[in-house]
Design a protein around this ligand. Structure first.
Ligand code: GLC
Length: 461
């Protein structure tokens, strides 16, 4: 009897150990929640970054997927490589624009799906140093942005439509759906060699340019004729990345979503979540990447550009739900931000100059603060200040439901001018009919104050 229960006990213990090992992180990926939070603290503080999609697709100027969208052969696509010469490229200007717009980090495409490399990679000829331009674009960019105090992150495409070992799949430009043709195209291709190529390239990127703060790997499409974590050798890749740059923050596109240790943040793309995204019931760090006009690479004839107002609201809304915004610029083939991008960046800069306090270090407001009409709230837990972003300027007063006793002081953020307030009476003194005893009424100037979106800063009790 005793023997039996000992055996059962041993069995139970070893079974639970097995289960734990299966669910738990491999030793190289072990990290406490507190350490992860500390590792990511600059990122959750800074909130706003610049994405840059640049490559030889800037020459056709019709989307960074042009090779696939128009099923362009390698031979036909070569003309863009042969003519790539961004003579006006001056990343010092880019970095100055980013800083003025309040962007605290940059994530630049080192290689996009077309396989073209913007740095002087030793393991391929398909790189910028072999184009007429001839210089390492990444090295110059890294220096310029760091000099402006902006952190540097890299985008690296897992997909590669140029590499001879990358198998043709359903999103490859050579895909026709004719499975016999696909099989014959794939016969000489060897993903094992491609995985080695990726490891070598990531090693170059993560050892040649100093500290890299974010890595944006793109992207997985598992399932029939797609590619997922096994195709990338995702675990091995992530292990290498963590070894080379232990502090780096990695996105969730390696197809390791079911593992808590397989990613640092989620990446809603060109999409605003309804609320703070959760994974397995827990709120997670998130960064939405967004474009000015729809495509990521320079697109000359695209006319769906968002307004400055829309972009500012997008930034505020992101922070109001606890997220980061990575806003993309697609420079031209001459190497500049085109005038439509400059206009947007300058507009954001005008607003950020006076309002960045409601963005940096801010997050979703605690639930006890109801969102006033036509507004978005952010909150700084360190300074205990609440920010009301007023999207439609009301006439003379703003009703704050349930705020009584919670406000120490209130001011407009653009000029630091006091906003007086009363509880359940109008500024003139008469009781309003539809405000409760717990409510506060802020007295506002009739004219909308300066800036696209006025912000009210509340010092909480
Ligand atoms: C998508 C697209 C790509 C873009 C990326 C940005 O995955 O394939 O062109 O670089 O999103 O998040």
């Amino acid at each position: 009897m005793i023997r039996l229960s000992v055996i059962t006990g041993v069995l139970l213990i070893s079974m639970s150990a097995l289960l734990k090992a299966q669910q738990g992180a491999p030793s190289w990926a072990e990290e406490s929640a507190a350490r992860k939070e500390a590792r990511m603290s600059w990122w959750t503080h800074d909130r706003f970054g610049m994405f840059i999609h640049w490559g030889i697709y800037a020459l056709p100027g019709r989307h960074e997927w042009v090779k696939r969208n128009e099923h362009i052969s390698d031979e036909a696509y070569a003309k863009y490589f042969e003519h790539f010469d961004p003579d006006l490229y001056n990343p010092v200007e880019w970095a100055a624009k980013a800083r003025a717009a309040g962007m605290k980090y940059v994530v630049v495409t080192t290689k996009h799906h077309d396989g073209f490399c913007l740095w002087d990679s030793k393991v391929t000829d398909y790189k910028v140093t072999n184009t007429p331009y001839g210089k390492d674009l990444i090295a110059m960019l890294v220096k310029a942005f760091r000099d402006e105090g902006i952190r540097v992150g890299f985008y690296y495409s897992l997909i590669d439509w140029h590499h001879p070992d990358f198998t043709v799949d359903r999103i490859h430009p050579a895909w026709t759906g004719d499975m016999e043709k696909v099989a014959s195209l794939n016969a000489p291709r060897n993903m094992e060699r491609y995985r080695k190529y990726m490891r070598e390239q990531l090693t170059e990127l993560l050892t040649s340019y100093g500290q890299i703060d974010e890595l944006f790997l793109d992207f997985s499409y598992p399932g029939a004729n797609g590619k997922g974590n096994e195709d990338w050798g995702a675990e091995e890749l992530l292990k290498l990345i963590r070894k080379l740059q232990p502090q780096i923050i990695v996105d969730n596109r390696l197809d390791l979503d079911d593992k808590d240790w397989g990613w640092d943040f989620v990446t809603p793309e060109q999409f605003m979540p309804q609320e703070w995204p959760t994974v397995r019931g827990k709120r997670v760090p998130w960064e939405t990447c967004q474009t000015f006009s729809g495509s990521w690479g320079y697109y000359r004839d695209e006319y769906s550009w968002k307004s400055v107002h829309q972009l500012i609201v997008m930034l505020i809304e992101t922070v109001s739900k606890g997220g980061n915004l990575l806003l993309n610029v697609g420079p031209t083939a001459r190497g500049v931000f085109d005038e439509r991008a400059v206009e947007r960046l300058d507009g954001i800069a005008d607003w950020m100059k006076f309002h960045s306090r409601s963005i940096y270090g801010c997050t979703q407001a605690p639930e006890e603060f109801k969102v006033p009409q036509n507004s978005l709230l952010t909150y700084n837990p360190e300074t205990k200040r609440l920010y009301i972003h007023v999207l439609e300027w009301p006439f003379k007063s703003l009703h704050l439901p349930g705020y009584r006793g919670k406000i120490k002081y209130a001011q407009l953020l653009n000029d630091g001018s006091e906003l007086r307030y009363t509880t359940n009476t109008t500024p003139g003194g008469s009781t309003t009919e539809n405000s409760g005893a717990e409510d506060v009424i802020l007295s506002l100037p009739v004219r909308k104050p300066g800036g696209e979106v006025p912000v009210i800063e509340i010092f909480l009790e």
